[in-house]
Write a new protein. Structure first.
Length: 562
């Protein structure tokens, strides 16, 4: 691990903000590191309000989208809500379709089959719309590059409204409206919304025509918060407001489908991490193992007993997904070791029978062992399909763009992408991708980095600090859990490995002149030998609240030890 301490803001700025907010210097420093410089910005951070959300009509083409939907309703047209099969897509489809159905019956949903149709808008989906007399398709979390598909639909008198958050290509599809804050000509104040977030802005705009306020739309925020968490978008601006209130809905009055998932896992209060690691994988498992329709069925079901039935099916898909993911990761690691490809700048592996639904997860797993940009390929029809995952600080989308002559199609983000190519292009692409990464990646990026917010002593850790840090939630990109460094720490002698295979580490740590703290380090069981004889060590950690027998105390979550 590389330990990198964030630059400390200027003392005068810390002092000014500290006095304005009446907080200590450490809190002011953490806020400044997150770009929060004034009392008003801090107010928005600590006390988010739904009224701080932007006016939806600031988004380019929003007026056109709303007019076309209202026209469809006035003319009794059939509307098809189309979305991708991942969490962002299925939550977005569930949100927009259930909102429209609350006052208009002629609405149906369509999720493409991951294996038969692949990612994004499909010709098969358009043919389904044509065969079933749909004249308007609202595409969510996809479509920004679907030039040919939109033209194909237009020839069949089917209009498109595209709601996407991926980067546009040089030409936009010829749709009635293209809602994407990443458009160069869109001046919407916040461009980091996920697909479901853009779907929410659409229903916010539609709601204005029905004299609805933002409070009327709060019940939909459980879906938006789930998508924000799953899609790993920045936890800033509107995303943070939507996630903050969405978590409240999840923990108080979630829709029956989400309630059924929570009921199965028997957890009381969920935070954003629980949504990422517990709720999202289960919703995703439907599209990975069976079909994304199962996720939409769950998320739009209003009968709790029926939702429980759907949730138990999805639990089974998630269990199957875990088994596949373990097996394929094992095979991929063996392939890397057997082919002696450990010294490369990239990991590119292929096996024709790997399950397409889990190759993205496998790519992330491989990065845990070989920390470098990673592609996992499998056979999809007569083509090769891959999921890409990247390391912190490296834009894998740009790297794929540089190799695009070898690809049939690709799309995605800085850290995650998907692509297809023909079998005969595989070796050429593999060589080109390795060359591009080797020439463009900074060598430091090939070692995992932990970013440290501040160096502190244990005397700085007080119940008040722990309480204020809790108010930094929800955490996510650009608002990560604060990480601290404390030097010259000792184990009090109670340190022990825990877990089935002693893989985790439990300690009681002390620093001279301060009280001792309980600490836990997941995956750090192997560090015990180096610290158990009472020698000093340096530790980086975050601060958690731990509740035991009704008593709340601070617990340290160890990230690394040196």
């Amino acid at each position: 691990m590389r330990w990198t301490i964030k630059p400390t803001p200027e003392f005068e700025k810390i002092k000014t903000l500290s006095e304005a907010l009446q907080v200590d210097h450490l809190i002011a420093q953490l806020l400044l590191q997150r770009g929060i410089t004034t009392y008003e910005e801090a107010r928005q951070f600590f006390r988010p309000k739904l009224t701080d959300l932007h006016y939806p009509y600031l988004m380019k083409d929003m007026d056109k989208a709303v007019q076309r939907i209202e026209k469809a309703i006035a003319n009794q047209e059939n509307i098809l809500v189309f979305g991708d099969y991942d969490v962002d897509g299925t939550t977005a489809v569930s949100l927009v379709s259930s909102y429209l159905k609350s006052y208009y019956p002629n609405v149906a949903t369509y999720i493409p089959d991951r294996y038969d149709e692949g990612y994004g808008i499909s010709f098969k989906g358009i043919d389904f719309a044509d065969d079933n007399n749909f004249s308007l398709i609202i595409a969510l979390d996809c479509g920004i590059k679907s030039i040919d598909h939109v033209t194909y639909a237009k020839e069949r008198n089917i209009d498109f409204i595209i709601c996407d958050h991926h980067r546009p290509g040089p030409v936009l599809p010829d749709a009635i409206a293209v809602l994407d804050p990443k458009r160069d000509d869109c001046s919407y104040p916040y461009d980091e919304l996920c697909g479901c977030g853009i779907g929410f802005k659409l229903i916010q705009a539609l709601g204005e025509n029905r004299n609805q306020t933002i409070d009327d739309l709060v019940p939909y925020l459980d879906l938006v918060a789930t998508a924000i968490a799953a899609d790993i978008v920045p936890m800033t601006g509107e995303n943070r407001i939507l996630a903050y209130f969405g978590l409240q809905v999840i923990n108080s009055e979630p829709r029956p489908g989400i309630k059924a998932l929570i009921y199965q896992i028997k957890k009381k209060a969920l935070d954003i991490t629980d949504v990422v690691f517990i709720i999202a994988p289960r919703i995703n498992a439907a599209g990975r193992i069976k079909h994304g329709n199962h996720a939409v069925e769950l998320l739009t079901e209003f009968d709790f007993e029926q939702a429980q039935q759907f949730a138990s099916e999805i639990e089974k898909y998630n269990s199957d997904r875990k088994d596949l993911d373990k097996q394929i990761t094992k095979e991929a690691l063996l392939q890397i070791e057997t082919n002696q490809e450990k010294e490369r700048f990239t990991t590119v592996v292929f096996q024709d029978d790997w399950h397409k639904g889990v190759i993205g997860i496998v790519a992330s797993r491989l990065i845990e062992t070989y920390y470098r940009p990673t592609l996992v390929f499998t056979k999809s029809g007569d083509k090769y399909a891959a999921s890409a995952r990247s390391v912190k600080g490296f834009d894998v989308y740009n790297a794929l763009e540089a190799c695009s002559e070898h690809l049939e199609q690709f799309g995605g983000h800085m850290y995650a992408a998907g692509m297809t190519l023909t079998a005969e292009k595989y070796e050429d692409f593999k060589a080109a991708f390795e060359k591009v990464v080797q020439e463009t990646i900074h060598p430091d990026l090939l070692t995992p980095e932990i970013t440290i917010d501040a160096e502190i002593d244990f005397t700085d850790i007080t119940p008040k600090l722990t309480r204020i840090l809790k108010q930094f939630e929800p955490f996510g990109p650009q608002n990560m859990t604060p990480v601290f460094l404390t030097k010259n720490v000792k184990d009090t002698g109670y340190g022990k490995p825990i877990g089935k295979e002693d893989e985790h580490l439990k300690l009681f740590v002390k620093q001279k002149g301060a009280e001792s703290f309980g600490a836990i380090g997941f995956g750090l069981g192997n560090k015990l030998e180096s610290i158990k004889n009472g020698q000093n060590f340096d530790m980086i950690y975050s601060i958690d609240e731990n509740e035991w027998n009704g008593k709340v105390s601070s617990q340290l979550r160890i990230r690394d030890i040196k």
